[in-house]
Write a new protein. Structure first.
Length: 198
């Protein structure tokens, strides 16, 4: 149970769902974990589930300023990152013809811009042989009726991950990049979108 002993892991969207479950597993394997979320109450509840054995960071992973804050806190606390899990994201079901610019910008910011800048801003802190994990979705290839923006953003994340895995600077430092594309999983996000997932 110590495969990640003393490894430093940063997880955005870490206060619930896949992010929180991953934090539990990583802590059990010996990692020092920092979770990021927007809501202080959700972060506090997550920390209790993790027995306080976690660094919580209340910040907006959809904005460059928020990401810079996250990176500054991690740099001060640990000095480097061994595992970067870009997991923060959102999903809603607006009909495509009713999608306005505000919603479009909001989902692009968290699902695409946030992932891109989390990587670029955290890159100097990544240790050689670090692992970068991006959360996409099976929707990247199947589509998701009623939620076209979600599918589009997750396709962008998958493409970004594949491109990063071939990047010369990433390869030179032997950093691994993987993209997770899960199917439907019961999380607070899916419960919100589909009450039948309760």
């Amino acid at each position: 149970m110590d495969r990640l002993k003393n490894k430093i892991a940063l997880i955005t969207g870490g206060s619930s769902g896949i992010g929180l479950a991953t934090a539990k597993l990583m802590i059990a394997e010996g990692a020092k974990v920092a979770i990021v979320g927007r809501g202080a109450q959700k972060l506090e509840a997550a920390a209790k589930q993790l027995n306080g054995n976690v660094l919580t960071i209340s910040a907006d992973a959809a904005s460059v300023a928020g990401i810079e804050t996250i990176v500054e806190i991690i740099a001060a606390a640990y000095g480097h990152i061994d595992i970067l899990f870009a997991n923060a994201g959102m999903s809603e079901w607006p009909p495509v013809l009713e999608t306005d610019e505000h919603f479009f910008d909001e989902i692009i910011d968290i699902n695409v811009k946030g992932v891109f800048f989390l990587f670029t801003k955290a890159f100097p802190l990544l240790a050689d042989h670090a692992s970068v994990i991006l959360t996409s979705s099976v929707a990247h290839s199947k589509g998701r009726p009623g939620d076209p923006l979600y599918s589009m953003t997750k396709a962008a994340v998958r493409s970004f991950g594949r491109t990063l895995a071939l990047d010369e600077e990433v390869l030179a430092r032997k950093i691994r990049v993987n993209t997770l594309s899960p199917g439907t999983i019961q999380t607070p996000l899916t419960k919100q979108d589909s009450p039948e997932m309760e």
